[in-house]
Ligand binder design. Structure first.
Ligand code: OOG
Ligand code: NI
Length: 273
């Protein structure tokens, strides 16, 4: 478990420093007597052999995680899996990959040129999981990729790192409803992702979630610095299959589809990209 704790500490540091500085303030706002319980993190990648989902999963498998669910997002051309650890204190891990082959040939060529720059060696040390971008990128290339897929633009610009952490509402005393947390956050000046409604899911699907809209962060491109969406913070409430039984531990495709949009440039207008 020590290795799990260390890896998530490293992922958190990168996430708050580089992708979502507001997460620290939200974390502090919600913390009660006990430390917050992180339900899961999410990682993104391209489905190319050097950097595919399996490569991101490997360091988690090495510390005891196991595959626990598969998800398809046809509109966004994404495939995802989630991983669980036998120790219930370990956060779940949601890893998605973009199906690069389903995009235009220019898009495919562009993505391959970026990934060709990643040294194979760099992928052997688990620190690549929070190592950010391992390729050069100019702003026009970012825009070209983002025009076909918001996810691709985000990933090309930021590289590897946790795009969100997730506060488990099941472990809070004061706030037990997702809507209550949304209200508190809005009151404190944070914006909520409204795509698909402010609360995604329902007790019927055993999972209710909400997310902030991604922080706007500065990213260095080869031709200058631009401000683009970074990471976001998520809030999740899980329900048991039956009274007093174990909580549902999976993800809900229809809700996840909207959570992805927390990093869209115009997330609250919704889109299929
Ligand atoms: C992952 C979105 C899905 C969830 O909890 O359903 C997700 C992402 O934005 O990379 O985290
Ligand atoms: Ni999530």
């Amino acid at each position: 478990m020590e290795r799990v704790v260390q890896l998530f500490d490293d992922l958190w540091q990168d996430y708050v420093q580089r992708l979502c500085p507001s997460a620290q303030a939200i974390h502090d706002l919600l913390t009660e007597e006990e430390p917050l319980f992180n339900d899961h993190i999410a990682l993104r990648t391209f489905n190319l052999p050097k950097v595919g989902l399996d490569r991101l999963a490997a360091p988690f498998i090495a510390i005891g995680y196991q595959p626990a669910g598969r998800y398809h997002f046809e509109g966004k051309k994404l495939y995802a899996e989630h991983f669980e650890h036998p120790n219930p204190l370990a956060p779940k891990v949601f890893i998605s990959e973009l199906m690069v082959g389903q995009f235009s040939s220019l898009f495919q060529e562009t993505v391959r040129e970026l990934i060709d720059q990643v040294p194979e060696q760099a992928m052997r040390d688990p620190s690549f999981l929070y190592g950010g971008r391992r390729w050069d990128l100019d702003f026009a290339t970012y825009e070209l990729l983002a025009a076909e897929s918001n996810y691709a633009g985000w990933l090309a610009a930021h590289g590897f790192g946790a795009n969100h952490f997730t506060v488990s509402l099941n472990h809070l005393e004061q706030f037990t409803e997702v809507a209550e947390v949304n209200h508190l956050l809005r009151h404190n000046g944070f914006a909520i992702n409204t795509a698909g409604g402010e609360v995604k899911g329902s007790p019927a699907v055993l999972l209710e979630q909400s997310a902030t809209l991604a922080d706007q962060v500065e990213v260095g491109f080869t031709d200058g610095v631009h401000t683009i969406p970074g990471g976001f913070y998520e809030f999740a409430k899980r329900y048991p299959f039956e009274d007093d039984g174990p909580l549902f531990s999976g993800f809900v495709e229809a809700s996840a589809d909207k959570i992805f949009e927390s990093t869209d440039a115009k997330a609250d207008e919704g889109s299929d990209k």
